[in-house]
Design a protein around this ligand. Structure first.
Ligand code: KG4
Ligand code: ZN
Length: 338
């Protein structure tokens, strides 16, 4: 009988310090996330220096807790998977160095993982991946359509030319004086309003799978300013609903078009904005009409940053022979295509 593969995942690319134990790349045994959101909230966004300091304070505690909750000793760990990028360099370095120290002292293989590969592989904790597949990755730092022909192979067929979807949500939320991170607040307001305000949809040139959200963001801000100058009041609910309708329509339309053109068998949703109810509903009803394409939407706790997704991606990469060395470094702008 084959022995189980036990992987410790470590994630510190932004504002969550996370560690997790995953068995055979598919089964979460423990998943510990220490969020720093409360510390960054009063600054209206993530402060990199503060993030690094919090990671240093939390890292060891979080790793110990992940091992304890899984009832696994470090000696039973077959590989340590860690996010090497992209992300905040100071934040990434904390996870990378913790992983290297553990790997060195216990002679455990290291596996460097791309953060977005992690978001995509969060789906493998739900169901087996069927290739070829397409993943819509929507987070605070990324908006990408990633095509995968097989495990470990990533081809970016579309990406944002300016703001990421989550970034646009957070900026619009700030204009509406909502707390950070604003995505969930806009999502909630959107469901209380109606999309009555005409806002642009950035389709870009014919056939393009790229995205652009900065024009939409400016249109929201202009709508508010113009109304203010005329002494009128814009309903925040209707503005949120109109903004969300534009984002969701473009994301859904480009995803279904790419899924058909690339003849994929599965479509995976990934990243923090995957928690958006409007997007989940729109993709679900669109793909209900496509019986040959399976749509996979992870539960909320696997959409936002966590280390189970890093362990899941790391497990596959480990089996494919990928290893990190003691020279391993953090790569803030790491490319997913190799
Ligand atoms: O993936 P993630 O946790 O961190 C990054 O790697 O960026 O994504 C965080 C982003 C934030 O911009 C947050 O506002 C957004 O995800 N977000 C949402 C929702 N929940 C989180 N955006 C829209 N609707 C939501 N329900
Ligand atoms: Zn993320």
């Amino acid at each position: 009988m084959n022995k189980d593969l036990i992987v410790l995942g470590i994630e510190t690319s932004c504002d969550e310090t996370a560690a997790s134990i995953v068995k055979n790349g598919t089964e979460i045994i423990s998943n510990v996330v220490a969020s720093q959101i409360e510390s960054h909230k009063r600054f209206g966004g993530v402060v990199p220096e503060l993030a690094s300091r919090h990671h240093v304070e939390q890292m060891t505690i979080v790793i110990e807790e992940a091992l304890k909750q899984a009832n696994v000793s470090i000696k039973e760990v077959d590989a340590i998977a860690v996010t090497e990028g992209p992300g905040l360099v100071g934040a990434l370095l904390v996870g990378v160095n913790a992983a290297k120290a553990l790997a060195f002292s216990h002679q455990i293989p290291l596996v460097p993982v791309h953060h977005i590969a992690g978001h995509i592989y969060a789906n493998r904790l739900m169901t087996e991946l069927t290739f070829p597949l397409l993943s819509l990755v929507v987070s605070g730092g990324h908006t990408e359509l990633v095509y995968m022909e097989k495990h470990g192979s990533f081809k970016v067929i579309g990406e944002t030319l300016d703001d990421a979807a989550g970034e646009a949500y957070d900026k619009v939320a700030r204009t509406l004086q909502l707390p950070y991170p604003g995505g969930p607040h806009i999502d909630r307001l959107a469901h209380e309003g109606k999309p009555t305000i005409d806002l642009p949809r950035a389709w870009l040139e014919e056939g393009s799978y790229d995205f652009s959200f900065s024009g939409l963001k400016s249109a929201v801000i202009n709508t508010l300013h113009n109304a203010e100058q005329r002494g009128e009041i814009v309903s925040p609910e209707d503005l949120a609903a109109s903004f969300q309708a534009s984002v969701v329509e473009v994301l859904t339309e480009k995803t279904i078009r790419a899924a058909k053109e690339y003849n994929v068998r599965q479509v995976l949703l990934a990243g923090g904005v995957a928690a958006n109810k409007g997007l989940r509903n729109s993709l679900t009803s669109t793909f209900n009409n496509e019986p040959d394409i399976e749509l996979v939407i992870p539960p909320l706790f696997l959409c936002t940053d966590n280390a189970a997704m890093i362990a899941a991606a790391g497990s596959i990469l480990f089996e494919m022979g990928k290893r990190g060395t003691m020279e391993m470094n953090a790569h803030p702008c790491l490319d997913i295509e190799i």
